[in-house]
Write a new protein. Sequence first.
Length: 275
Amino acid sequence: MSETIALYLPFAVGLALTGAASGIMAGLLGIGGGIIMVPAMVLAYQLLGYNPEIIMHVAVGTSLAVIVPTGLRSALAHHRRGAVETAVLRLWGPWIVAASLIGGLMAGLYSAATLKIIFGVMALFIALNMALPVQRRLMEKLAGVPLVNRIAAAVIGYISALMGVGGGSLSVPTLVAFGTPVHKAVGTSSALGVMLAVPAVIGFIISGWTASGTPPLSLGFINIPSLVLIGGLATLTAPLGVAIAHRLNGQALRIVFAAFLIIVGGRMLIQAIWG
């Protein structure tokens, strides 16, 4: 018994700290915390010796499950501050829901290395996109085109489901490029993250239902202990991130956002290519 506790206690503490940090980042950047959770869970599962071909899928699926309560709490906090654009939710919502469900259902078709490459490449692309004012000015001209918004929502839903993020990594810079103030983009992204995560989680449960080698107490590609530990603390700390976000100016938020994407994207690519 003592050996079992000694084995899992560092794992539990690490997941708890990850949850606290993820909640703050969810409120701060509207990203659902997945950009932190996925790499952290992959590392934890690696240290415990679980199947390397499965752990990326479990990390992504569990991250999406955590985003449901975290994103909901964050979205409500932003809504109370008037930072959620309901018109964007009506326009983007149906397309994000459908595409994220498809992404979750297709997750089992991708290898772990492929998911890591998708995660890493998209993280670096998004960071670069945030730093290109010319591209943002170009996209602002398309803000009022409904078809462009629907296509953007569908792409964001599908890619975010495969990355295990709440969509903020893609929707925040896209909304900013379409002319939405960064604080409202962050708040709206939190709500979109919940709409994205719920169908994606259903897809990951179905696609991972017959998978072998998943960590104990997993439902498809969703690991319940990780969900409880990370989700519980992330839900508690999300309002702190919201409070910090509304004390920073838009430029500071963009710098923080881009810096995190570069760090985690680069690390994920290194893992995928060199192991």
